[in-house]
Design a protein around this ligand. Structure first.
Ligand code: DQA
Length: 143
């Protein structure tokens, strides 16, 4: 079972970016926590980050055929990334949308997700633990 973990724009800056909002874990630390959880669950991860919507779409198109689920934090593309949404929807895989911060408690433009309607579910505001919860859920969905 292979699960795709996708991080969108600016998430490569975690650890130094608005620490009070996003926490002080780096993306590498979050990825390592995910890898540990994945090996305990007996699932394989393929993790990708890009600041470019097209690169994210290319990754989804190339890797989804061998995957059983997708965990994605689309960053700001959450709010306007229709091409990314279409690419995710085209896979027919269960998609779990994850946000470190609670997007519903922030600026108005963050309170709408164009990804949520095609996602199986969304986890928002639980920090890095949201990724681990998403992984447990995707693994259980496909078990
Ligand atoms: C985010 C929330 C988005 O609004 C923001 O643009 C991000 C991170 C989050 O994880 O809380 O880059 O997706």
């Amino acid at each position: 079972m292979k699960i795709l973990v996708i991080h969108g724009p600016n998430l490569n800056m975690l650890g130094s970016r608005q620490v009070s909002v996003y926490g002080d874990q780096t993306l590498a630390e979050i990825d390592s926590l995910l890898e540990n959880a994945a090996s305990e669950l007996g699932v394989e991860l393929e993790i990708f980050q890009s600041n470019h919507e097209g690169a994210l779409i290319d990754f989804v198109q190339a890797r989804a055929p061998e995957a059983t689920g997708i965990i994605i934090n689309p960053g700001a593309l959450t709010h306007y990334g229709l091409s990314l949404r279409d690419a995710l929807a085209a896979t027919s895989l269960p998609v779990i949308e994850v946000h470190l911060s609670n997007i519903y408690a922030r600026e108005e433009f963050r309170q709408q997700s164009v990804i949520a309607p095609i996602a199986r579910g969304q986890i928002s505001g639980l920090g890095w633990r949201g990724y681990i919860a998403a992984l447990e859920i995707v693994a259980a969905l496909e078990a």
